[in-house]
Every structure is written in structure tokens, then in C-alpha cells.
Design a protein around this ligand. Structure first.
Ligand code: NAD
Ligand code: WQD
Length: 338
């Protein structure tokens, strides 16, 4: 069997997926340009697994670079994580997001077709459900997407659907992630955001370790039981394992399909804070403030399709997600920078 090419493999979800791939005996090739990561995560993946990966530093939009990687290696299938993902930033520099996220995808698919590699798993997001009524299922029409980042994911899905219609040899699976948090149980790899975090768990971690003074809970007046927003947090290791299940399906499938990867359970901001304080035995300094623009009150997955067709189900609970996030943070107070 040829190798799995993991684009964006130095990043948060990519690095955890590389661990799972190596642990189930796959050869792994990583491409990354480190726009949001560092080489240290690649070293640590190899350290955790005791196995080597091939690594190529470069930009996914660079077709000559991609051709050189494909010609030097026997690639069997591709998991395409590489992309920019910050919602707020995407509103400030939309062209960078459309350029990076869409031109990378087009360059990748052209190169794959040129080398007759037609098995692809693509990282999409629950954000494409927009203002639909949760639980979200894969048959729903996309809802109102409120930011350029989300639109790049929606457009990417359309591009891949069109590609599979044009050429029946492709096998393409879209995975729509809900809210990944947590870290590998070793504490060696985890999420390492640059600057002040945008997302809830990285922010909680910085407050818990004393790097930031206070967490603001964005809105306490939503129509939810405790007034704060509800999300479907999923352990990043469960998410990574979902990619192994998707690759198995790719081997016996042609066409295009979409799967939600979530737990199917909603958890409010206050519930997450309380659970974090309980299992990590720390007090978080927080206060409830104004709503953040663009936030939906409730978002969680219907996971029955992935359970039935990918034979995959998330197993870690919120307590374990908090515990593993905290272990990563206290073992690496400066992230990958020692
Ligand atoms: P991440 O930023 O940690 O990882 C993305 C990686 O891609 C980084 O290592 C970055 O350096 C690399 N990269 C970006 N542009 C590149 C380019 N042009 N060429 C080469 N490498 C490039 O993000 P993540 O959280 O691991 O997310 C992975 C994927 O999953 C992304 O596509 C993201 O949009 C998607 N996703 C993430 C979440 C989430 O909450 N983390 C949720 C839904 C979907
Ligand atoms: C979670 C909850 C906030 C920070 C984003 C993207 C989505 C996907 C996952 C990529 C919300 C609240 C947050 C803080 C808070 N990413 N919060 N104080 O917005 O659900 O999803 O990441 O595809 O596309 O939009 O995640 O972690 O930012 O927020 O109260 O300092 O925490 O209001 O209710 P979100 P998040």
C-alpha cells in the first residue's frame, strides 16, 4: 500500500491524525509551510510513535513543489488539512483566505489527477450548516454562513462535488468537524495558537496558567438552559481516529460523500468551564460579557451517519477533553517554543 499524504500535518488536527496513522502501520508523508505551526510537532509525533514520517516544507499552492512530492513518492491517498482557519481574521483579510484555502485545494486536486491519485479526505466544518436547526445532519442544505472562512469551506465542498461528478474515478469524503479540543494523552502534542487565542479551550488554558487575566464568556442571555452558547466539543484524538475510518471507506467507495464528526452532545460554555475547574482542580477567573458577533446559540451534530457508515463513534467525554488539554498546557507552557 502506498503512503498517505497529510497536508497541514504539522497543525493541531493533522499532527494527532499522523499519530493514529503511524500507529496503524501506515507510511505517512507530511506537507506544511508552518504558517500556523512548527517543525517541533513533527518531531514529537515521531517521538510518541517511535516511527518516522517523510516531511516536505512548502506551500500547497505551489504546483511545481506538489509535483516534486508526488513524483518522488508513491502516494495512495491524501488527507487535506492545510488551510487558514481563524474566523475573525478571515473577515479582515478575506482574499488571503480565498487564495490559501481554495487555490491550495485546486492545485492539490490537479496534481493528484496528474498522478492518478484520486482518494481524498477533506477537512470541512460544521460552520457550513450556518443557521440551520440543530442537530445538524448531512442532508441539510447549507445555512447562512456568516464569514469568509466558512464560505471557503462551503466552496471547497462544491468544488469537490463537481470534480467527482466530472470524473467517476474519484473517491472523496468530506468530514465536517464540530469543535475539536483536547490533546494527545502523552501531553506532547496539542493546540498551539499564535497570539491571543480566539477559541474557547485555548483561552481557558491561558487563563488557567496565568498568562491571560480573565476569560470573557460571550453572552449569558441566549435561549439555552444557562444562557450561554452550546457547542459539540469533540476530543481531537476521536476526530483523528475518524480519519482512519474515512480512509478505510475510501478503499471501497467511489464518488463523493459527507460525514459529521462530532459527539452529538451539546455542552454550554459554563458547563465546560465548570467541568474544567472540577477535573483540573483550578479556579478560572471569568465573567459573563456581551455576545460575540456571528455566534449561533446552539450547534451540535447528528452523528448517526458516521456511526453507521464509517463505523466510527467518539468515545471521550468532556472531562477527559479538559484533562488532556490541561496536561498539554502545563507540560508546554509556551506551546512548542521551549
Ligand atoms: P492548524 O492551523 O493547526 O493546521 C493547519 C496546518 O496547515 C498548519 O500547520 C499550517 O501551517 C498549514 N498550512 C496552512 N496553509 C498552508 C499552505 N498553503 N501550504 C502548506 N501548509 C499550510 O488547524 P487545525 O485546527 O489543525 O485545522 C485543520 C483543518 O481542519 C483546517 O482546514 C481547518 O479549517 C479545519 N477545521 C478545523 C477546526 C478547528 O476548530 N480546529 C474545525 C473545523 C475544521
Ligand atoms: C465556542 C463557544 C463562544 C471564546 C469556531 C469556528 C468553527 C470551527 C470551530 C473551524 C462560543 C464561546 C469563546 C471566548 C467565549 N472552526 N467563547 N469566550 O465559534 O463555536 O467555532 O471553531 O472550522 O468554524 O467558528 O468556537 O471556541 O470560538 O467558541 O465565551 O473567549 O465559546 O461564544 O459560544 P466556535 P469557539
Amino acid at each position: 500500500m502506498g503512503s498517505v499524504l497529510v497536508t497541514g500535518g504539522a497543525g493541531y488536527i493533522g499532527s494527532h491524525t499522523c499519530v493514529e496513522l503511524l500507529e496503524c502501520g501506515r507510511e505517512v508523508i507530511v506537507i506544511d509551510n508552518f504558517v500556523n505551526s512548527s517543525y517541533e510537532s513533527i518531531k514529537r509525533v515521531q517521538d510518541i510513535t517511535g516511527k518516522k514520517m517523510k516531511f516536505f516544507e512548502g506551500d500547497m499552492r505551489d504546483r511545481d513543489f506538489l509535483r516534486s512530492v508526488f513524483s518522488e513518492n508513491e502516494v495512495d491517498s491524501v488527507i487535506h488539512f492545510a488551510g487558514l482557519k481563524a474566523v475573525g481574521e478571515s473577515c479582515e483579510v478575506p482574499l488571503e483566505y480565498y487564495d490559501n484555502n481554495l487555490n491550495s485545494l485546486i492545485a492539490l486536486c490537479e496534481t493528484m489527477a496528474g498522478f492518478n491519485v484520486k482518494k481524498l479526505v477533506f477537512s470541512s466544518s460544521a460552520t457550513v450548516y450556518g443557521d440551520n436547526q440543530p442537530p445538524y445532519n448531512e442532508n441539510m442544505k447549507p445555512g447562512l454562513i456568516t464569514n469568509p472562512y466558512g464560505r471557503t469551506k462551503y466552496m471547497a465542498e462544491q468544488i469537490l462535488s463537481d470534480l467527482s461528478i466530472s470524473d467517476g474515478e474519484w473517491s472523496i469524503l468530506i468530514l465536517r468537524y464540530f469543535n475539536p479540543i483536547g490533546a494527545h494523552e502523552s501531553g506532547k502534542i496539542g493546540e498551539d495558537p499564535k497570539g491571543i487565542p480566539n477559541n474557547l479551550m485555548p483561552y481557558i488554558l491561558k487563563v488557567a496558567i496565568g498568562e491571560l487575566p480573565e476569560l470573557k464568556v460571550f453572552g449569558g442571555d441566549y435561549k439555552t438552559p444557562d444562557g450561554t452558547c452550546i457547542r459539540d466539543y469533540i476530543h481531537v484524538v476521536d476526530l483523528a481516529k475518524g480519519h482512519i475510518s474515512a480512509l478505510k471507506k475510501l478503499d471501497k467507495f467511489k464518488g463523493f460523500d459527507i460525514y459529521n464528526l462530532g459527539t452529538g452532545k451539546g455542552c454550554s460554555v459554563l458547563e465546560l468551564i465548570n467541568k474544567f475547574e472540577e477535573v483540573c482542580k483550578v479556579n478560572l477567573n471569568y465573567s459573563v460579557g456581551d455576545r460575540r458577533d456571528g455566534d449561533l446559540p446552539v450547534c451540535f451534530a447528528d452523528t448517526s451517519k458516521a456511526e453507521k457508515q464509517l463505523n466510527w463513534k467518539a468515545k471521550y467525554d468532556i472531562g477527559r477533553m479538559c484533562e488532556d488539554s490541561w496536561r498539554w498546557q502545563i507540560s508546554n507552557p509556551k506551546g512548542y517554543k521551549r
